[in-house]
Design a protein. Structure first.
Length: 114
């Protein structure tokens, strides 16, 4: 499995970004896809996840602002991030999980600053 994230960058508070994660290597549809983030000096935490039947789960800190979605034709998972705050600044990682196995992308930096 290979995961390649894109879409990170610098954005002002209140702005939006959309992260993408391209999946390759095996059957995409059966994996639970997710996004984690890690801020400097802090542990890596789950931001959002989506199952094969589009059931979603969000961290309380991003509920109502972030939306995870997946495209099983394009083998891609997205994270739409709106109303961004400085505390959303972190490296964002895409994950693919199947039973006990979890695969990670290389991460993409998101910086929210004026």
């Amino acid at each position: 499995v290979q995961l390649v994230e894109s879409g990170g960058g610098l954005v002002q508070p209140g702005g939006s970004l959309r992260l993408s994660c391209a999946f390759s290597g095996t059957i995409f549809e059966i994996f639970v896809m997710g996004w984690y983030r890690q801020a400097p000096g802090k542990q890596r935490l789950l931001v959002a996840s989506i199952t094969s039947d589009d059931s979603t789960n969000y961290a309380d800190s991003v509920k109502g602002r972030f939306t995870i979605s997946r495209d099983n034709i394009e083998n891609t998972v997205y994270l739409q991030m709106d109303s961004l705050k400085p505390e959303d600044t972190a490296v964002y990682y895409c994950t693919a999980r199947l039973r006990q196995e979890t695969y990670w992308g290389q991460g993409t930096q998101v910086t929210v600053s004026s």
